[in-house]
Design a protein around this ligand. Structure first.
Ligand code: ZN
Length: 154
């Protein structure tokens, strides 16, 4: 089993080191799960939960309204693929390893959060959540996952 490795210097340092450059345009291929014509599916470099992944358009856009019809169609296909992968790998589902829910989330980065300018590139989060849990908190050991788990589905 190949494991993700946490970034040595932590999230705040990572964001500061970008000096305003886009974190997603310069993203390392090390975290790739799958690559498609207009989108990438990647492991989160700073996961909230085990098997926290991101759906990222290849083109730098900051809002859904900027996506072309082709990119929206690609997102629809990728979301279905991701949903199937989490379920068929057993990470979520009837007898879930990590949660009964697959959560997709997205936050629009606006001027209210100027320190996070490097993170404005549109990205959707996907992660398992156990039943009965509310909001997302960072999970201890969230990096401790098998990075090959989605390979058959990606
Ligand atoms: Zn970007």
């Amino acid at each position: 089993m190949e494991l993700l490795r946490p970034a040595a210097d932590g999230y705040d340092r990572h964001v500061a080191d970008l000096k305003g450059a886009c974190a997603f345009c310069a993203m390392s291929a090390d975290l790739d799960v799958g690559e498609y014509p207009l989108w990438k599916w990647v492991f989160a470099a700073f996961p909230y939960r085990k098997y926290h992944t991101l759906l990222v358009p290849k083109r730098h856009v900051e809002d859904f309204s900027e996506l072309t019809p082709e990119e929206l169609a690609g997102l629809s296909e990728l979301t279905s693929r991701v949903e199937r992968a989490y379920r068929e790998s057993g990470i979520v589902g009837e007898k879930p390893a990590l949660g009964g829910h697959l959560v997709f989330s997205w936050r629009h980065r606006v001027a209210l959060d100027p320190a996070k300018v490097s993170l404005r590139h549109l990205h959707l989060h996907a992660y398992p959540r156990p039943d009965g849990q509310g909001d997302v908190g960072s999970e201890e050991g969230a990096w401790d996952v098998d990075v090959k788990v989605f390979e058959p589905f990606a």
